[in-house]
Design a protein around this ligand. Structure first.
Ligand SMILES: CC(C)(COP(=O)(O)OP(=O)(O)OC[C@H]1O[C@@H](n2cnc3c(N)ncnc32)[C@H](O)[C@@H]1OP(=O)(O)O)[C@@H](O)C(=O)NCCC(=O)NCCS
Length: 178
């Protein structure tokens, strides 16, 4: 799905991506092993055509909202956030985020974006529950979701292999009544 108007936060514009966004910085971070270390996307190698296809598929999908994180001051595309799949029957969705510019980690930008997209989902889209699945050793992600009002609701012991080592997956959730 596409957003008619971007979501604005203090330091970010969250907007629908276009095909032209597929190269450049986005392509570089998707192929950076350190950035992709805790994401499922690390198992694929990415080229501009694949990213363009992903953007088009997400924009055409009624069940996914993919947005770029654009710095409000300089207009740089520093990451992406995805709400989806969205399940309208159960009024729930998954959420995931990547900040591809390492120089911008630890500045609260992820929590700012997560909070804005979660709020959009829980109000404008009428969702009840938004959940994230996070490797327990990804402390930055656990911290960012906690700052954005998510709580750990479940832990799947040894669910994933992180660099060959069994790691728990933490399920963090936000909902109006949680
Ligand atoms: C995970 C990620 C989104 C975090 O982005 P970020 O902008 O640095 O996150 P924020 O600054 O909003 O919040 C991180 C919080 O966790 C804390 N934190 C960060 N790294 C930490 C660490 N190694 N140990 C403990 N806490 C940590 C921060 O201190 C911060 O909390 P604070 O402001 O109260 O101190 C970013 O590092 C990233 O995109 N990584 C690569 C992709 C990825 O792993 N995505 C998530 C997949 S589930």
């Amino acid at each position: 799905m596409k957003l008619a108007e971007p979501l604005m936060t203090e330091r970010l514009m969250l907007r629908t991506l276009e095909s032209a966004d597929a190269g450049g910085a986005y392509l570089a971070w998707m192929n950076d092993p350190e950035i992709m270390r805790y994401t499922e996307s690390r198992f694929a190698s990415h080229d501009a055509a694949a990213l363009e296809g992903f953007i088009e598929a997400m924009n055409a999908s009624a069940d996914n909202l993919l947005l770029g994180l654009i710095t409000a001051d300089q207009g740089n595309h520093i990451g992406n956030i995805k709400l989806g799949p969205i399940d309208g029957h159960h009024q729930r969705a998954w959420i995931g985020i990547i900040i591809g510019d390492r120089a911008r980690w630890g500045q609260g930008l992820a929590s700012e974006a997560i909070d804005a997209v979660a709020h959009h989902g829980l109000t404008d889209l009428g969702l009840r529950r938004i959940a994230a699945g996070i490797y327990a050793d990804n402390q930055g992600s656990v911290g960012a979701f906690a700052k954005a009002g998510f709580h750990e609701v479940a832990r799947l012991p040894g669910w994933s292999l992180s660099e060959g080592v069994a790691t728990d997956d933490v399920i963090m959730m936000r909902g109006g009544d949680l």
